[in-house]
Each structure stands twice: as C-alpha cells, then as structure tokens.
Design a protein around this ligand. Structure first.
Ligand code: CMP
Length: 146
C-alpha cells in the first residue's frame, strides 16, 4: 500500500541544493502530492519540533529552521517513510559519509544541526505533521484515489 511521509528541505539547502534534491525525489519514484515553500515562524518551528523541546540544541534548531525559506513536501510511495529516510542518510553527516556516502546528508550537510533535510520517523508522525502544515484537506482521499 502507498504511504505518505513529510519531507522538508531545510534553509541551509534551499539556495544551492533544492533543484537536485527535487530531481532525485522524482527520480526515485515518489509522487509529490503537496508542496509548500514558506518561512516558518518561531512558534511554528517550536511546534513542529516539540518532541525535541528538552534537547540542549532545541533553541539553535528553532532559530536555524526560521532563518529563511523551507520547502515542505508530502511524498507518496510504497514504503515512503523508510525510503525517504534512506535517501536522507543518518542525522549526522559525518556518520552519513561513512555509512551512506550517496545520501543527501552525506553530500550536502555541513554538520548535525545544518543537515539539509528532514523526514518523518513514522507514518503516525507524518500524519500529524502533514495535518499541522497543510491542514487536513486532501489527507487520505488522495491515497485511495488510485
Ligand atoms: P531532524 O531529522 O530534522 O530532527 C531533529 C533535528 O535536530 C535534526 O534533524 C538536526 O537538524 C537537529 N539535531 C539533532 N541532533 C542534534 C545535535 N546533537 N546537535 C545539534 N542539532 C541536532
């Protein structure tokens, strides 16, 4: 069955790498079913990353995510959550370079904070974040359409 995940192209990647990231997303057979380019407000970034509120890097993370435009996408494909995570590679680009040198983070990320892309960790998280960013319109109806 098809699955949805949320992908975010983070502010560090928007100027130089957005084009190639989008090409690779399409090349791997994902359908982009929703897409929005926006500058997150501080409040939105805090809500988006609320699971990390207690982390020592939370404030830096929120500031980074608000510093410029992001592109937020809903990707639809069989096994989308896992496949997008494989494309991203590990959170830390140093680890990504060792374990998954072709991944987006291995190639483009500067460090563990400025790590180019985000992806949902589960289908439940994806549904929650998609609802938060895009509202509930379109939700599962698009999946049952084909
Ligand atoms: P992401 O996959 O979007 O989920 C949480 C984000 O927090 C992560 O990518 C990084 O941008 C950031 N992050 C995770 N771990 C660290 C860390 N140890 N130091 C700084 N930033 C981090």
């Amino acid at each position: 069955p098809k699955q949805r995940t949320m992908a975010v192209i983070k502010p560090d990647a928007m100027e130089e790498h957005k084009g190639v990231i989008l090409e690779e997303i399409h090349g791997r057979g994902f359908s982009v079913t929703q897409l929005k380019e926006m500058v997150l407000s501080r409040e939105m970034a805090e809500e988006f990353y609320k699971e990390h509120r207690e982390k020592p890097f939370f404030n830096q993370l929120v500031e980074f995510m608000c510093r410029g435009p992001c592109m937020i996408l809903v990707l639809t494909k069989e096994n989308a959550v896992e496949e997008w995570r494989a494309m991203m590679g590990p959170t830390d680009p140093e680890k990504a370079k060792e374990k998954s040198p072709k991944s987006l983070r291995a190639r483009f990320a500067a460090d563990i904070l400025h790590n180019t892309v985000h992806g949902s960790s589960s289908e439940q998280h994806a549904d929650e974040k998609i609802g938060f960013i895009f509202g509930d319109i379109g939700g599962d109806a698009e999946l049952s359409g084909d």
